[in-house]
Design a protein around this ligand. Structure first.
Ligand code: AP5
Length: 186
């Protein structure tokens, strides 16, 4: 069974929804940089104050900040005996992916699978407008999609070249998508 997995895909594809389900059923650590950043914003920490405006615009928070968050969580897990993890919303660009490779090398771990969740823009938009998070309005969603195409989509090639990428149809009911992903993890 694959236990070290990345979820890649545009905003609204269902990365968070699916990662949460799988983490629960397979006892894996779910690490969502978006959720962790929103928690910092809600707590009003220095880190949250730095991130809030950037997130509201739908741009990417600095690599250094996000990497520090991921590093501390993965080191903590490794120190307490290891185990599997699902990374959702990270890495978001090639420098983050390269930094993750170095970090995992330090920890003696490897990515086993990258799930690419694919969905039409019209459906993404409908899902996000239906949710109504602070950054879920037409203008910011459009910008998040541009940022995805410019900065995150190059990771499709990055992980494709490493033989790790598996595309998944992210349309349909949550349960159907879940079954497709479950089959890939083995
Ligand atoms: P982040 O929280 O990662 O947002 P995102 O990538 O835009 O992803 P979403 O949470 O919008 O979508 P999702 O694919 O997880 O879908 P979900 O399951 O939620 O990032 C937010 C911001 O934080 C970024 O813009 C950036 O500023 C910053 N950030 C985060 N990580 C960063 C990083 N690594 N580097 C720099 N900055 C970073 O589902 C969406 C909706 O659809 C939900 O309402 C859900 O209930 C519904 N839904 C899900 N599946 C289905 C289905 N099958 N059918 C119907 N509805 C569904």
């Amino acid at each position: 069974m694959k236990q070290r997995v990345l979820f890649l895909g545009p905003p609204g594809a269902g990365k968070g929804t699916q990662a949460q389900l799988l983490a629960g059923s397979r006892q894996l650590l779910h690490l969502s940089t978006g959720d962790l950043l929103r928690a910092e914003v809600a707590a009003g920490s220095a880190l949250g104050q730095e991130a809030a405006a950037v997130m509201a615009r739908g741009e990417l928070v600095s690599d250094a900040l996000v990497l520090a968050i991921v590093r501390s969580r993965l080191e903590q897990q490794a120190a307490s005996g290891g185990g599997g993890w699902l990374l959702d919303g990270f890495p978001r660009n090639v420098p983050q992916a390269e930094a993750l490779e170095s970090l995992l090398e330090e920890l003696g771990q490897q990515i086993e699978l990258v799930v690419l969740m694919e969905l039409d823009d019209a459906v993404l938009l409908q899902r996000l407008l239906g949710r109504g998070r602070e950054d879920d309005n037409q203008e910011v969603i459009r910008h998040r999609l541009e940022v995805y195409r410019d900065q995150t989509a190059p990771l499709i090639r990055f992980y494709g070249d490493r033989g790790l990428l598996q595309p998944v149809d992210a349309s349909g009911e949550v349960e159907s998508v879940s079954q497709r992903i479950d089959a890939l993890l083995g």
